[in-house]
Design a protein around this ligand. Structure first.
Ligand code: SF4
Length: 465
């Protein structure tokens, strides 16, 4: 993003989404639909690679899935096996070489790779590979796996196992050969990846919402540290390490994923609703008096429903989202930035006038959008606005593919809770604690690192710097 002209993004961004099918007559078309269902995970670029048994063809470009793939582009992609990718770049630039899938033609055959996540030892691995003669086409961390595989020993599966063992960080990979498809998750399972059956073949996706669209039936998730191979022998499971634990990114449930997706067997809407319930219980104990509950569309609506159910306060549509705002709106002045929020969200004045409102938001990153929303509600006649954040305060960077790169950009590190409440023009402010989050989610098999500062993988000096 051009920071000179565009106001920096106020929400977090997921790095990307991956989707693939094995043994499907219309593989490229199904992958197009799958990527379309995952479009919320990345809007900068999209690509599809198809294997027809003898070769891999790849089409990719910048823009939304529907911009990159017109009918002619999909018709070129023949073959029954396919992988696709939607991208939001955090690591590597936005040049076309970094758009995925990345295709490599080697003596052992062709390989295409699509990756969601971030390899945190990418810089060290890249330097070492370059010293050994590897030449990289782009600057993305995802290309590293292709070079590591090429340098491995034994069968392709063994080479993939060796490569995965060298990677630290977050990865959900799809690897396509001329004949087979591999689906892999990192040993902490930080990024989601699910498997479904469709007819005599299979589908793999970052989120299960894509299965519903193509009529595939969910089977299970790829496990942390697992390599699932789809071949003429069907679906086979292999591991590349015994050192595994489940630490799925909590932000998938809080904000990234679609509410109709199930991640690691848990429905995203249901998880969000339970966070709203816990916030309501807390407020009841503290005697908060309010008239209505509203959520910031779309990702906070489920938490607002949960709050309403638990508190007995009516759930109202106090904010309405305009769905036709271009994502490249340029906002160089303060007045235009304020207009930018108003273009995206409108306050429903007849619902909120003279009301004491509980406003549910999924998370608080830089705080500017939340502040504008509170002001929008007050300008429209709200008597009080009590901001409730359905996650803990974000205090630390993410090294696993989400664009929180420094503590300075996080408003919760810069102000006390009271100052933050005043900054937002809110009448009160509260977050979930990490313990309450665990209670809402029913366990601790999640990554909460951006809240706790406790990371499930080793950190590297170059990242910290
Ligand atoms: S640090 Fe936060 S955003 Fe990053 S993977 Fe962990 S929970 Fe997700």
């Amino acid at each position: 993003m051009n920071q000179m002209n565009n106001f920096p993004s106020q929400k977090l961004h997921e790095e990307c989404g991956v989707f693939g099918v094995y043994q499907q007559p219309d593989a490229s078309f199904l992958t197009f639909f799958g990527l379309h269902a995952l479009q919320h995970r990345g809007q900068e670029a999209a690509g599809i690679a198809c294997g027809d048994g003898t070769q891999i063809l790849c089409v990719k470009g910048k823009g939304l899935v529907t911009d990159v793939f017109e009918k002619d582009a999909l018709s070129q992609l023949t073959g029954a096996n396919s992988i696709g990718h939607v991208r939001y770049s955090t690591e590597g630039g936005d040049e076309i070489e970094n758009v995925q899938p990345i295709l490599a033609k080697a003596h052992m055959g062709s390989l295409a790779v699509a990756h969601n996540g971030q390899i945190i030892n990418a810089q060290d691995l890249r330097c070492s590979l370059e010293e050994k003669g590897s030449i990289f086409r782009g600057s993305s961390d995802s290309e590293i796996i292709l070079h590591l595989i090429q340098r491995g020993k034994g069968s392709l599966l063994e080479k993939i196992q060796q490569a995965c063992n060298l990677l630290d960080g977050a990865f959900a990979f799809l690897i396509l050969t001329e004949k087979n498809l591999y689906a892999i998750r990192d040993k902490n399972g930080l990024r989601p990846l699910s498997i479904a059956r469709k007819g005599n073949g299979f589908a793999v996706s970052s989120e299960t919402c894509a299965f519903d669209l193509i009529g595939a039936d969910y089977i299970r998730d790829v496990q942390p540290g697992e390599i699932v191979k789809f071949s003429s022998k069907g679906m086979q499971s292999f591991s590349y390490t015994s050192c595994v634990q489940e630490r799925i990114c909590a932000m998938e449930y809080i904000y990234f994923a679609r509410p109709d997706s199930n991640i690691c067997g848990r429905n995203v809407h249901t998880m969000r609703r339970s966070t709203g319930r816990i916030l309501a219980k807390k407020d009841r104990l503290q005697g908060l008096q309010a008239d209505i509950v509203i959520g910031v569309p779309d990702s906070s609506l489920s938490a607002a429903m949960g709050y309403s159910e638990e508190s007995g306060l009516p759930y109202e549509m106090g904010l309405v989202k305009n769905r036709y705002v271009g994502r490249t709106f340029i906002e160089p002045t303060q007045a235009q930035r304020d207009m930018g929020v108003k273009m995206k969200l409108s306050a429903n004045a007849s619902v909120i006038q003279n009301k004491r409102i509980v406003l549910l938001d999924d998370s608080l990153v830089r705080g500017t959008t939340s502040k504008r929303i509170v002001l929008l509600l007050k300008e429209a006649g709200a008597k009080e606005v009590h901001v409730r954040i359905a996650s803990p305060a974000i205090l630390y960077p993410c090294f696993y593919g989400v664009d929180i790169s420094s503590r300075k950009e996080l408003i919760s590190t810069q102000m006390s809770r009271d100052d933050l409440c005043a900054y937002l023009h809110a009448d009160s402010l509260s977050f979930l604690s990490i313990q309450e989050m665990e209670e809402a989610y029913g366990g601790s098999s999640f990554c909460f690192s951006c809240f706790s500062g406790k990371y499930p993988t080793p950190l590297y000096q170059n990242i910290l710097e």
